[in-house]
Ligand binder design. Structure first.
Ligand code: AMP
Length: 223
């Protein structure tokens, strides 16, 4: 069993890497951004609050985030190991997450920090979209559809662009990311479990770099 945290600015590729690696190693993938976007689709005060906060690029309160993640831990979703994508995002969340895992006899094994220069992040984010049916990710400039208007994977013709992927909201998201992340990285560095990975390059190349962290000899280890 392996518990991993992926940290990366918006557009660093952590969602793509988390999804691919979770599938490959049969780990549970918890994207808190996806979880919140699902909540935001519902009706009621919670949905409205989440919609409003995400829409401005601000962070959801630590209390609510910890409550939502604790529900997953309590439900036993992390039993076979997990890749956390987007949580923890503040030092407070990190400390509360450690306590939550400790109660279940679990620890964080590796924290992968995908580093990418800001100008590349902006270029990546303004242009990305996903299939509304299977969730496959595309990009206007870097990964276009083979057939115009049709998903390569499932054939769906509906696509989604995130409402917070605009240049204006992105500036706030990046500012929040850097403000909160510095102390988060220091926290994991002090524990000796932080690994910085160059996030530039092809998806498969970056994936190899990440896998090398727990398979340094390139051999296959049981996870
Ligand atoms: P993401 O998909 O990870 O870029 O997250 C999208 C948005 O969801 C963020 O801009 C925040 O508003 C919110 N969010 C996701 N994860 C967290 C978290 N751990 N703490 C606070 N807000 C979060």
């Amino acid at each position: 069993m392996m518990n991993l945290i992926f940290i990366g600015a918006p557009g660093a590729g952590k969602g793509t890497q988390a999804k691919n690696l979770a599938a490959k190693f049969s780990l549970y993938h918890l994207s808190t951004g996806d979880m919140l976007r699902d909540i935001a689709k519902a009706q009621g005060p919670l949905a409205e609050k989440v919609r409003e906060t995400i829409g401005t690029g601000a962070l959801i309160s630590d209390d609510l985030m910890v409550e939502l993640v604790a529900e997953k831990v309590d439900a036993g979703d992390f039993k076979k190991g997990v890749i956390m994508d987007g949580f923890p995002r503040t030092l407070n969340q990190a400390k509360l997450f450690d306590s939550m895992l400790k109660l279940k006899g679990m620890v964080v094994d590796h924290v992968i920090y995908l580093s990418i220069p800001d100008e590349v992040l902006i270029d990546r984010i303004t242009g990305r979209f996903t299939c509304g049916s299977c969730g496959e990710g595309y990009h206007d400039r870097y990964k276009s559809l083979k057939t115009e208007g049709v998903c390569d994977v499932c054939g769906s013709q509906s696509f989604v662009r995130r409402a917070d992927d605009t240049r204006e909201v992105l500036d706030t998201r990046l500012k929040n990311f850097w403000n909160a992340t510095r102390e988060l990285l220091d926290y994991y560095k002090a524990k000796g479990i932080l690994e910085e990975v160059d996030g530039l390059g092809e998806i498969a190349e970056v994936q190899d770099r990440i896998e090398n962290i727990w398979q340094p000899q390139g051999g296959v280890q049981s996870c």
